[in-house]
Design a protein around this ligand. Structure first.
Ligand SMILES: Cc1cc2nc3c(=O)[nH]c(=O)nc-3n(C[C@H](O)[C@H](O)[C@H](O)COP(=O)(O)O)c2cc1C
Length: 186
């Protein structure tokens, strides 16, 4: 059987993003039978319905295609002011417009990373709300909040904290089962 294709998207555009560092670490932690490709939302313009109606601009069209083609979507998001980062919300808005909105029946897993003690917990509930009303199927558990994150990565962005590696591994194992389960339900 072909590997399940997982598309990773990071809600932070920062070069030294801790969320991106954790997303990259997931590549090494995937269970067998899953493949992770990480895409960028850095060049996505601000959503404008006029632009959408005139024909989707170049960075948006391929992003929608990548999401549509993926078996699962893995979102790593910082919490900005207790909610979703502007870049990630903007990317979701682009993907959400009909026809063929790309989150319909998509298996999705989310996690968040923050230097703060709560690990960006609040952003996950907003993401669940947003994606749920788009009929995306967000993995209910395990929930992974990587708090106090500055001490969990080295200067090169390598995840050095074993507990966090284990938490992410558990998330990915759960996500694999969730993707298969959601495909059966389609
Ligand atoms: C505009 C803005 C708002 C922020 N608000 C929050 C917040 O509500 N909760 C939180 O835990 N961290 C907050 N932070 C701090 C981020 O968690 C921190 O910058 C984190 O490193 C961002 O993720 P990244 O490393 O992947 O870029 C905020 C940062 C910015 C730039």
């Amino acid at each position: 059987m072909a590997d399940l294709k997982v598309l990773g998207i990071c809600g932070s555009l920062r070069k030294a993003s801790l969320n991106m560092a954790a997303l990259r670490a997931c590549s090494d932690l995937l269970p067998a039978g899953m493949a992770l490709q990480i895409t960028s939302i850095a060049d996505i313009p601000m959503f404008n319905q006029d632009v959408f109606d005139a024909g989707m601009p170049d960075p948006v069209k391929p992003l929608r295609g990548e999401i549509a083609a993926a078996d699962g979507l893995l979102l790593a998001s910082p919490e900005y002011n207790f909610s979703v980062s502007g870049p990630l919300k903007n990317a979701i808005d682009w993907g959400s417009r009909p026809p063929n909105q790309v989150f319909q029946d998509k298996a999705i897993a989310v996690f968040s990373v923050s230097p703060g003690p709560m690990g960006g917990a609040r952003v996950q509930y907003d993401l669940r709300r947003i994606l749920g009303q788009l009929w995306g199927h967000v993995l209910p558990r395990p929930e992974i909040f990587i708090g106090n994150a500055a001490s969990k990565f080295d200067a090169q962005g390598k995840l050095t904290d074993e507990t966090t590696r284990k938490l992410l591994t558990d998330l990915l194992v759960g996500f694999k089962a969730w993707i298969i389960r959601m495909q059966v339900k389609k």
